[in-house]
Ligand binder design. Structure first.
Ligand code: ADP
Ligand code: MG
Length: 142
């Protein structure tokens, strides 16, 4: 069952992060969807701040994956598959090893690798309403 969360300004993002974390209890994989500029990276920056990631969170460009560290020393892997031509390119960088490592994985443009998305995962679809308002539609797949 999908849950919808309205976010009418950037100030509300920390609350959205808390709700998403509650909804994703026990799930390491976040599959993010939404048009360019919807707010996927911005949401992940807020999530990283909440979780205590020290590195700057930016979409990976050339490497397809960025690695961050949580205060307990465990890694977070951040993917952006916007530029992927085929889903198999993700396999070439060892995406499945990251996905099944148990570490948190945040995947922008997850639909580009639909057949390889692991279960359980949390799907996060960000719809842009206008300049500031976003609807976050989240659903657990397990
Ligand atoms: P994406 O990664 O989906 O392409 P970005 O996070 O890079 O999108 O860009 C989203 C843009 O929308 C940013 O400039 C951000 O400041 C802006 N924005 C405005 N309101 C919101 C909101 N409520 N949630 C997320 N981003 C927002
Ligand atoms: Mg992005």
């Amino acid at each position: 069952m999908a849950i919808q969360i309205s976010c009418t300004s950037l100030n509300e993002l920390p609350e959205v992060v808390e709700q998403v974390l509650r909804a994703s209890e026990g799930i390491a994989i976040w599959a993010l969807e939404g048009d360019l500029g919807a707010g996927k990276t911005t949401f992940l920056q807020a999530a990283g701040k909440h979780l205590g990631v020290r590195e700057a969170i930016q979409s990976p460009t050339f490497s397809l994956v960025n690695e961050y560290t949580l205060p307990d020393g465990t890694p977070v892997y951040h993917f952006d598959f916007y530029r992927l031509e085929t889903a198999e390119e993700a396999l070439d960088i060892g995406a499945e090893e990251y996905f099944y490592s148990g570490a948190r994985c945040w995947i922008e443009w997850a639909s580009r690798i639909e057949p390889y998305l692991p279960v359980p995962r949390l799907s996060i679809y960000i719809h842009r309403r206008d300049n500031e308002e976003r609807i976050f539609e989240i659903e657990r797949y397990e």
